[in-house]
Design a protein around this ligand. Structure first.
Ligand code: HEC
Ligand code: HEC
Ligand code: HEC
Ligand code: HEC
Ligand code: HEC
Ligand code: HEC
Ligand code: HEC
Ligand code: HEC
Ligand code: HEC
Length: 415
C-alpha cells in the first residue's frame, strides 16, 4: 500500500509498504506542485516512476517527466505520448545536458539559492574530461552520484550525497578493481579512509566537520590536489596547523613542489596522527643521521614523549581521586587546561620551533605533575588515616578477647 501525507504547505511524505496494491493520489492541499493527477499520461503507464512525482525537491517544485524527457503527457497511448521532442533513456552524456539545462542557468536557479557551478566544475574534473571530451561512459554522469527520479538535498540522510553516504557513492566505482585497472588507479581509498582519523570521525562520531572524499577533492570538480596545493587543502580545515606549517622549515619546499606538503608525514586516505615515539624515525626517512634536522627531531620527540607520559600519569591520578571519592572539580578543570596545551603542542610543533614547543610542554607538564602531587598527598593522608585506626582495632580486639575469657571463666565457676 502506498501512502502519502501532506506535511505543511509544500511537503508531502510518501512511503511504500510491502503489500503494494492500490495507490491513492496525494491530497496535498493547496500545493499544485505535488498534486498527483492521473490525467498525467506518463505515470499511468510508468507506474514505477510515480515516486518521482511526490518525493524529493524536484517533485516539490512541480518538475515533471516531460521537463526532462519531453513527450506529450496528455496522451494515453505509447506512440502518441512519446512524441514532441521525446527523449527516451537519455544515456550518460545527454543526461549532463538535461540536468544542466536548468542547473547551469543562473536565471532559473537564483531564486532557489542553489549554485550553478556543477557543469563548469565537472568539465574541469577528470570525470568530466573523460565523459564529455572522450565519451567514455565509465566516468560518472550526474545520475551516477544523484538519483535521476528522486532528488533529495545533501542534508537529507537518505541522499546519496549526504556526507555519510558520499564515500559509498564514490566507492561504487573507485572500489571496482576491474574498472579502475583500466585507468591504472588503486582501489584502496575507501578502505583506508574508513580506518583513518577522518573516517572514524565521520562514521563513528558523526562529525560532519570531517572531510568525506569531496572535502579534499571537490564534488563536481573531483581531482587529486596537486603537490603544491595539498597544504592548502588540509590547512583549509586545520587552520592552526596550516599556519604553523607555513612558518616552518618545510613550507618553502612545499610551495616549490619539492615536498608533498602535509603528505610528507601524513597519509592522504589513511590520515592519522603521528605516534610520538615514531617521530624521529619519520624524520629520518628524509634527514641523514647527525644532521641538525635529525638532532632537532630527537629533541622534539623527547619533548612530546615526555609530556604524553606526564599527561597519562595525571589521568591515572585523576581517576584514582575520583575512585576514592575525593572532590575533583578543580583538578578536572586543571587537567582540561593541560590537555588544551597538549593539543596546542601537536599543532604548534608543525613549525618545528623548539622554544615555542618546550614552552607549551612545560606548561602542560607542570600542571600534570601538580595533579600527580595532589593525588599522592591524598593517598598518604588515606594511609595515615588507616594507620591511625590500627591501635583502635587492636584495643577493640583485645577488649573482646578479654571479655571472652571472663565469660568463659564465669561459666566454669557456675558449673
Ligand atoms: C500508454 C503507455 C505509455 C505512456 C502514456 C507513456 N509511456 Fe513511456 N514507455 C511506455 C512503454 C511500453 C515503454 C517501453 C517500450 C518503448 O521503449 O517504446 C516506454 C518507454 C519510455 C522511456 C524509455 C525507456 C528506455 O529504456 O528507453 C521513457 C524515458 C519514457 N517511456 C518516458 C515517458 C514519458 C516522459 C511519458 C509521458 C510524456 C511516457 N513515457 C508516456 C509506455 C508509455
Ligand atoms: C530531472 C529529470 C528527470 C525527470 C523529471 C524524470 N526523468 Fe526519467 N530519466 C532521467 C534520466 C537522466 C534518466 C537516465 C537514466 C538514469 O541515469 O537513471 C531517466 C530514465 C528514465 C527511464 C528509463 C530508465 C529507467 O530507470 O527505467 C524511464 C522509463 C523514465 N526515466 C521515465 C520517467 C517518468 C515516467 C518520469 C516522470 C514520473 C520521469 N522519468 C521523470 C531524468 C528524468
Ligand atoms: C526543469 C529544471 C530542472 C532540471 C531539468 C533538473 N533540476 Fe535539479 N533542481 C531544480 C530546481 C528548481 C531545484 C531546487 C529545488 C529547491 O531547492 O527547492 C533543484 C534541485 C536539485 C538538487 C538539490 C539541491 C539542493 O541543494 O537542495 C539536486 C541535487 C538536483 N536538483 C540535481 C539534479 C539532477 C541530477 C538533474 C538531472 C537528472 C536535475 N537536477 C535536473 C530544477 C531542475
Ligand atoms: C562524482 C559525483 C557527482 C557528480 C558526477 C555530480 N554530482 Fe552533484 N553533487 C555531488 C555531491 C557529493 C554533492 C554534495 C555537495 C557537496 O558536498 O559538494 C553534490 C551536490 C549537488 C547539488 C547541490 C548544490 C551544490 O552544488 O552543492 C546540485 C544542484 C548538484 N549536485 C547537481 C549536479 C548536476 C547537475 C550534475 C551533472 C552536471 C552533478 N551534480 C554531477 C556529487 C556529484
Ligand atoms: C561511475 C563511476 C565513478 C564514480 C561514481 C566516481 N568516479 Fe571518480 N573516476 C572514475 C573514473 C572512470 C575515473 C578516471 C580515471 C582516470 O582517467 O585516471 C575517475 C577519476 C577520479 C579521480 C582522478 C584520479 C586521477 O588520479 O586521475 C578522482 C580524484 C576521483 N575520481 C574522485 C571521485 C570522487 C571523490 C567521487 C565521488 C564524489 C568519484 N570519483 C565518483 C569513475 C567514477
Ligand atoms: C573538511 C575539513 C578537513 C580537511 C579538508 C582535512 N581534515 Fe583532518 N581532520 C578534520 C576533522 C574534523 C578531524 C577530526 C577531529 C579531530 O580529531 O580534530 C581531523 C583529524 C585529522 C588528524 C588526526 C588528529 C588527531 O588528533 O587524531 C590528522 C593527522 C589530520 N586530520 C590531518 C589532515 C591532513 C593531512 C589533511 C589533508 C590531506 C586533512 N587532515 C584534511 C577535518 C579536516
Ligand atoms: C584528507 C584528504 C582526502 C580525502 C578525505 C580523500 N582523498 Fe583522495 N586523495 C587525496 C590526495 C592529497 C591525493 C593525491 C595523492 C598524491 O598526489 O600522492 C588523493 C588521491 C586520490 C585518487 C588518485 C589515486 C590515488 O589513490 O592516489 C583517487 C582516485 C582518490 N583520491 C579518491 C578518493 C576517494 C574515493 C575518497 C573517499 C573514500 C578520497 N579520495 C578521500 C586526499 C584525500
Ligand atoms: C619527506 C621528506 C621529509 C620529512 C619526512 C621531513 N623532512 Fe625536514 N626537510 C625536508 C626537505 C626537502 C627540507 C628542505 C631542505 C632545503 O630546503 O634545503 C627539509 C628541511 C628541514 C629543516 C631545515 C634545516 C635543513 O636541514 O634544511 C629542518 C630543521 C627539518 N627539515 C626538520 C625535520 C623534522 C624535525 C622532521 C620530522 C618531524 C622532518 N624534517 C621530516 C624533507 C623532509
Ligand atoms: C614534518 C612532518 C609533518 C608534516 C610535514 C606535517 N605534520 Fe602533522 N603531525 C606531525 C607529527 C609528528 C604530529 C604529532 C604531534 C604530536 O603528537 O604532538 C602531527 C600531528 C598532526 C595533527 C594532530 C593535531 C591535533 O590537534 O591533535 C594534525 C591535525 C596534523 N598533524 C595535520 C597536518 C597538516 C594539515 C599538515 C600540513 C599543513 C601537516 N600535519 C604536516 C608531523 C607532520
Amino acid at each position: 500500500m502506498r501512502w502519502c501525507t501532506p506535511v505543511g504547505m509544500a511537503m508531502v511524505t510518501c512511503g511504500l509498504s510491502s503489500a503494494s496494491a492500490a495507490w491513492r493520489p496525494a491530497t496535498a492541499g493547496q500545493d499544485p506542485g505535488v498534486q498527483v493527477d492521473t490525467s498525467y499520461g506518463c505515470i499511468v503507464c510508468h507506474a514505477d516512476k510515480r515516486r518521482a512525482f511526490v518525493v524529493g525537491v524536484h517533485a516539490e517544485r512541480g518538475i515533471r517527466c516531460h521537463d526532462c524527457h519531453g513527450g506529450t503527457p496528455t496522451a494515453y497511448e505509447t506512440r502518441a505520448a512519446h512524441t514532441r521532442g521525446f527523449i527516451g533513456d537519455p544515456g550518460k552524456v545527454r543526461t549532463v545536458a538535461i540536468c544542466s539545462s536548468c542547473h547551469a542557468d543562473p536565471n532559473r536557479m537564483r531564486q532557489y539559492g542553489v549554485s550553478t557551478g556543477q557543469l563548469a566544475e565537472l568539465r574541469t574534473s577528470r570525470h568530466g574530461q573523460l565523459l564529455l571530451q572522450r565519451g567514455d561512459t565509465a566516468a560518472p554522469t550526474c545520475t551516477d552520484c544523484h538519483d535521476a527520479h528522486t532528488i533529495l538535498p545533501p542534508v537529507d540522510a537518505r541522499s546519496s550525497v549526504n556526507p555519510v553516504n558520499i564515500p559509498g557513492t564514490c566507492g561504487r566505482c573507485h572500489e571496482d578493481q576491474r574498472l579502475m585497472a583500466r585507468y591504472g588507479l588503486p582501489t584502496n581509498q575507501l578502505a583506508e579512509f574508513r580506518r583513518s582519523a577522518h573516517g572514524v570521525a565521520l562514521f563513528e562520531n558523526r562529525d560532519f566537520a570531517a572531510p568525506t572524499c569531496v572535502g579534499c577533492h571537490g564534488s563536481h570538480g573531483a581531482l587529486p590536489p596537486r603537490v603544491t596545493e595539498i597544504a592548502n587543502v588540509c590547512g583549509h580545515c586545520h587552520a592552526l596547523v596550516g599556519r604553523a606549517f607555513a612558518a616552518g622549515p618545510h613550507a618553502a619546499s612545499a610551495r616549490a613542489g619539492r615536498l608533498p606538503g602535509c603528505l610528507a608525514c601524513h597519509s592522504n586516505h589513511g590520515t592519522e596522527r603521528v605516534p610520538p615515539e615514531q617521530l624521529a624515525a619519520l624524520c629520518a626517512r628524509c634527514h641523514e643521521q647527525n644532521s641538525p634536522a635529525a638532532a632537532l627531531a630527537q629533541q622534539v620527540q623527547q619533548e612530546i614523549v615526555r609530556v604524553t607520559e606526564e599527561l597519562r600519569v595525571a589521568e591515572v591520578a585523576l581517576e584514582e581521586l575520583v575512585r576514592s571519592g575525593e572532590p575533583v572539580v578543580d583538578t578536572r578543570f586543571r587537567y582540561q587546561t593541560a590537555l588544551t596545551y597538549f593539543r596546542q603542542v601537536a599543532q604548534v610543533q608543525h613549525n618545528l620551533d623548539l622554544e615555542q614547543l618546550s614552552d607549551l610542554t612545560r606548561r602542560a607538564g607542570s600542571i600534570a605533575r601538580d595533579i600527580r602531587a595532589v593525588a599522592e598527598a591524598r593517598r598518604e593522608r588515606r594511609w595515615e588515616h588507616r594507620l591511625f585506626l590500627i591501635p583502635v582495632w587492636f584495643f577493640t580486639l583485645a577488649a573482646v578477647t578479654i571479655a571472652g575469657f571472663k565469660l568463659a571463666d564465669l561459666r566454669r565457676r557456675g558449673e
